[in-house]
Ligand binder design. Structure first.
Ligand code: HEM
Length: 89
C-alpha cells in the first residue's frame, strides 16, 4: 500500500484522538504494538483484521467509521496503523 494514502486518511480521521499513535481519551489504549497486543481483541491472531474491526465498529468513546470511510480507505488506514505499530511510531 502507498504509505501516503494511509497517512492522509489517518491524519484526517484519527489523529485528533491518536496523534503520534497515542490516545488522548484513554491514555493506555494507544496504537503502539504492546497496547494493541494487550487491549485490542484478536490483535495477536488477526492483526490487520482486528484493527479493521475496531475502525468499522468503533468501541466505547471511539466512533464507528464504516459509514464514513469506504472499504479501501479502511484497509489502507488499518495497514498504516499496523505498519506504524511494527515500526514503533
Ligand atoms: C481505540 C484506531 C479514530 C478514540 C483504538 C484502537 C485502534 C484505533 C486500533 C485500539 C487501541 C487499543 O486498544 O490499544 C483508530 C483509527 C481511527 C481512530 C485507525 C481513525 C480511522 C478515533 C477517534 C477517536 C478515537 C477519532 C476519538 C473521538 C479511541 C478510544 C479508544 C480507541 C477512546 C479506546 C476504546 C476502548 O477500548 O474503550 N482506536 N481510531 N479513535 N480509539 Fe481509535
Amino acid at each position: 500500500f502507498a504509505d501516503n494514502n494511509g497517512d492522509r486518511i489517518f491524519t484526517n480521521n484519527c489523529s485528533s484522538c491518536h496523534l503520534g499513535g497515542g490516545n488522548i481519551l484513554i491514555a493506555n489504549k494507544t496504537l503502539h504494538k504492546e497496547a494493541l497486543s494487550q487491549y485490542l481483541d484478536n490483535y495477536n491472531t488477526e492483526s490487520i483484521q482486528a484493527i479493521i474491526h475496531q475502525i468499522k465498529n468503533g468501541k466505547g468513546a471511539m466512533p464507528a467509521f464504516k459509514n464514513k470511510l469506504n472499504e479501501e480507505e479502511i484497509l489502507e488506514v488499518a495497514a498504516y496503523v499496523f505498519q506504524k505499530a511494527e515500526q514503533g511510531w
